[in-house]
Design a protein around this ligand. Structure first.
Ligand code: GAL
Length: 416
């Protein structure tokens, strides 16, 4: 009997060694990564001073307690050329002490630093890329202590629009392997935006393809990302702080839910909550939809001073709990009534999150009918996470009024 137990134990350990070898994402980013990225607010205008001030702001507002972890420096941190050994060099004017001291600064305040690189000759802002230097650059990131890499495909700058699908995947795998060897805990954020699968608007135009993108093409375009080690992957071109753009990005997520799950997430791009002229309702709707989609919550606003209404949105723990639900199910749109759309997200404890989106320019009276959403119970307990209010047991239908460009969200539980 003992011998059998020993053999069994040995087999189990061999199996887990192999599982560990082949499954990059086994232990990282099980729920969607949360953090902040410099691009949406600062674009190229970043520096060590700004990153330190952002870390101070993030600490002041206790964003780590809300779940935010990575502070990511996006493009334009680099010097204009590679160093003598082909290594990446930080711009000496913007980052005079390099990147490593910032890792410590950020870590001392309860966060981890992330960085940006590119699998082409040049990044999107025209700085040196990592093509052909994946191992060396991954080692630099690891040695500095960076725990997150955004790896952004930039075909335009490097004259590589139309590059073959297999070659794009090969490039992302090269960095995935290098990062994994360096430190498997580093979150690998793929930003390829559907170029290889020719669903990207620019790539499609370049290839002379005029037919609309099919769901099959969209699924193929991102089917390789988890396999090369991606914890998250951008499914769209760039977001902007504009309601119509946010809505078009939400539309682009339809049908992709099957790609997403624990440790592997569709990324509809970084948040614009608190940027531009988005209204409070638009900020709330944008944040809610990202939580419903189990999207990475990467803030894009200025963390040095956060207005009260914006802070309340980005730290609402009941909404964040929907995003961070352990089952990591991306919500599906289950009913479309034109301007009014209904999304349902199943949760790990058997509850459901229901989000009703009002895309129209007027407020709307809405009847939420459980049976029309594919929910099979007659009655549910209802909790409104924005109002932080229990609405009791509701049978069959719930009536609500939703303001223009706003959402109404409820968490439904079993009615005993
Ligand atoms: C774009 C990317 C943006 C930002 C920018 C930097 O390709 O989608 O999120 O990283 O490059 O140049």
């Amino acid at each position: 009997m003992r011998i059998v137990t020993i053999i069994f134990t040995v087999l189990i350990s061999i199996a887990s060694v192999f599982a560990d070898e082949s499954d990059y994402t086994a232990n990282i980013g099980k729920t969607p990564p949360m953090g902040w990225n410099s691009w949406n607010k600062f674009h190229r205008g970043i520096s060590a001073d700004i990153i330190r001030e952002i870390a101070d702001g993030a600490a002041k507002y206790k964003l780590n307690e809300a779940g935010y972890k990575y502070l990511v420096i996006d493009d334009a941190w680099q010097a204009s050329g590679l160093g003598p050994n082909e290594e990446l060099v930080a711009d000496p004017n913007k980052f005079p002490d390099g990147i490593a001291p910032l890792v410590k600064y950020v870590r001392d305040r309860g966060f981890e630093l992330g960085i940006y690189a590119c699998p082409n000759k040049l990044t999107c802002a025209g700085f040196p890329g990592s093509l052909g230097h994946e191992k060396l650059h991954a080692k630099q990131f690891g040695d500095w202590g960076c725990m997150f890499l955004k790896y952004d495909f930039c075909p335009t700058r490097s004259g590589e629009i139309g590059l073959a699908y297999d070659e794009v995947v090969r490039r992302f795998r090269a960095m995935g392997d290098a990062l994994h060897d360096q430190d498997p805990r580093i979150v690998y954020a793929i930003c390829e935006k559907g170029h290889a699968g020719k669903i990207n608007r620019r790539t499609r135009k370049h290839a002379g393809i005029t037919t609309p993108v099919t769901l099959e093409e969209r699924l193929k375009a991102f089917s390789w990302c988890a396999d090369v080690g991606g914890v998250m992957w951008r499914t769209t071109g760039d977001i902007s702080a504009n309601w119509d753009r946010i809505m078009s990005i939400v539309d682009e997520q339809e049908g992709l839910a099957c790609l997403s799950g624990p440790g592997a997430f569709n990324d509809p791009d970084m948040l614009e909550v608190g940027n531009g002229n988005l209204t409070e309702a638009e900020n709330r709707a944008h944040f809610t939809l990202w939580c419903m989609l189990s999207a990475p919550l990467i803030l894009g606003n200025d963390l040095r001073e956060i207005p009260k209404d914006v802070l309340e949105i980005i730290t609402n723990e009941e909404l964040i709990a929907l995003d961070q639900d352990l089952m990591c199910k991306q919500a599906k749109k289950v009913l479309d009534q034109g301007d009014i759309e209904y999304f349902v997200k199943p949760l790990a404890d058997g509850d459901f999150a229901v989000c009703v989106l009002n895309r129209s320019g007027q407020s709307q009276d809405v009847v939420i009918d459980w049976s029309k959403l594919g929910l099979d119970k007659d009655a549910y307990t209802v909790r409104d996470p924005w109002a932080r209010k229990d609405l009791g047991v509701v049978k069959k239908q719930l009536l609500c009024t939703i303001g223009s460009h706003d959402v109404f969200v409820v968490r439904l539980g079993e009615a005993k």
